[in-house]
Ligand binder design. Structure first.
Ligand code: UGA
Length: 433
């Protein structure tokens, strides 16, 4: 099939490359000529494992191309996906839909009358109705079908998530549009993932409800971890003990410094706003947001306590800046909050992240960036593990101990076993145990 993907950002690029890999012919369109020319040279605007190879393979085989020309790319496409950003609007926290609506208008002007328009961006309930209204108004006489098809990709694991989804959600009541969508995802049906056909509004809501529930699950285990510390229980064992219950499930029960990233904070906020406006407030999700915000700040206090009550003029080593491993994304990363808090308390911060250094240079100009984990910890009074990159799971602890001023580790992701670390002569603080 011929597919056009509007927006060559995270979602557009991963989805476009995966669709091309299924055998479809895909054009990824973006307004930004620099981004498009970089992609044409094979340079990825984001770090996502395997994406560069997937793009290169499909470009070489003639199924994937990049363009700034939406008019040309839309003309003979059978499906046109909107995968542009929906940032939080300044001031009121609602999702900013101006990019989505602008794309809808432009698509309608050039698309084939039979083409279906598919929203992949995360958009509040009712956005599809507005996209349909805008598209039909821009091309009177053409009854464009507008479909909601949310994505459930995790950064760092996006290609696997796309190719082996737990489910595919397709929101439209239009039978022809359903048939086209089924054809697009047919290569995946060999693995038989459930395809959930719904109406468009329910599909939009599924995306927000899924993210809000996952954020809730993380926040739940984080609070249980705090309680475990007070009552001398081990949160890891609690997570395993409850997670084995199929009704609960073991995923997203890892306690940590609070969730970050470009999705959970923004999407919970947008959902809370929608619910307030609809007169059906989601008090649980409101609480999840405030508990999570407070948690990131509380992590600073943990480090200060581990340092004996003051970090004034002390060197602190931070391992991991990205909001999670296998990405270079710093958006809403707990590390930012922790670094700000420690810097305000007078600490000297040295940090290292395997992928996020270029973004860290821009966002954190006042800290020292190290070349690797070992140069980061040299002379430090405390080592704080903020992101659970694999390379931090097997540090040479003997070497670390010799390099540090004091052998103190604050492990905010529980990647080490307390006994192992105590046996090596460290003071060790982790989460919920
Ligand atoms: C999330 C969802 O998992 C995806 O399904 C969804 O498609 C995506 O948002 C989106 O809306 O686009 P992502 O933000 O990439 O994906 O990353 P997650 O793996 O969900 O992690 C989010 C945050 O929660 C991270 O800060 C992570 O460290 C934290 N987390 C996650 C925990 O603290 N504990 C866990 O058990 C799991």
């Amino acid at each position: 099939m011929k597919i056009t993907m509007v927006g060559a950002g995270y979602v557009g690029l991963v989805s476009g490359a995966c669709f091309a890999d299924f055998g479809h012919r895909v054009t990824c369109v973006d307004h930004d000529p620099l981004r498009i020319s970089a992609l044409e040279r094979g340079e990825m605007p984001i770090y996502e494992p395997g994406l560069d190879l997937l793009v290169a393979k499909n470009v070489k085989e003639g199924r994937l191309r990049f363009s700034t020309d939406l008019a040309e790319a839309a003309r003979d496409a059978e499906a046109i996906f909107i995968a542009v950003g929906t940032p939080s609007r300044r001031g009121d926290g609602h999702a900013d839909l101006s990019f989505v609506y602008a794309a809808a208008k432009e698509i309608a002007a050039f698309a084939h009358p039979e083409a279906i328009i598919v929203t992949k961006s995360t958009v509040p309930v009712g956005t599809g109705d507005e996209v349909e209204r805008i598209a039909r108004a821009a091309r009177p006489g053409v009854e464009f079908a507008v479909v909601s098809n949310p994505e459930f990709l995790r950064e760092g694991a996006a290609i696997g998530d796309f190719k082996r989804p737990d489910r595919i959600v397709i929101g439209t009541l239009d039978q022809r549009a359903r048939d086209v969508m089924y054809e697009i995802y047919r290569p995946l049906t060999l693995n038989e993932p459930p395809i959930v056909f719904t109406d468009r509004r329910s599909s939009e809501m599924i995306k927000y409800a899924a993210n809000a529930f996952l954020a809730l699950k993380i926040t739940f285990i984080n609070e249980i971890a705090d309680l475990c510390e007070k009552i001398n229980a081990d949160v890891q064992q609690i997570a395993r003990g409850i997670g084995l219950d199929n009704r609960i499930g073991s995923k997203f029960l890892h306690p940590g410094p609070g969730f970050g990233g470009s999705c959970f904070p923004k999407d919970t906020q947008a959902l809370v706003k929608t619910a307030q406006d609809a007169g059906a407030p989601l008090r649980i999700i409101e609480t999840v947001m405030s508990v999570n915000d407070a948690r990131k700040m509380k992590m600073t206090e943990r480090v200060i306590q581990a340092c004996g009550g003051s970090v004034q003029n002390k060197k602190i080593a931070i391992l991991g800046l990205a909001f999670k491993p296998n990405t270079d994304d710093l958006r809403e990363a707990p590390a930012l909050e922790i670094i700000n808090g420690l810097s305000s308390a007078g600490a000297r911060i040295f940090a290292y992240d395997p992928q996020a250094m270029p973004s860290a240079k821009k966002l954190l100009p006042n800290i020292e960036l190290a070349d690797d984990a070992y140069s980061c910890v040299r002379g430090a009074e405390v080592l704080v593990i903020v992101t659970e990159w694999d390379e931090f799971r097997a540090l040479d602890l003997d070497r670390i101990k010799k390099l540090m001023q004091q052998p103190v580790i604050v492990d905010l992701r529980n990647i080490y076993r307390p006994k192992e670390i105590f046996d090596q002569g460290f003071k060790y603080f982790s989460i919920g145990r």
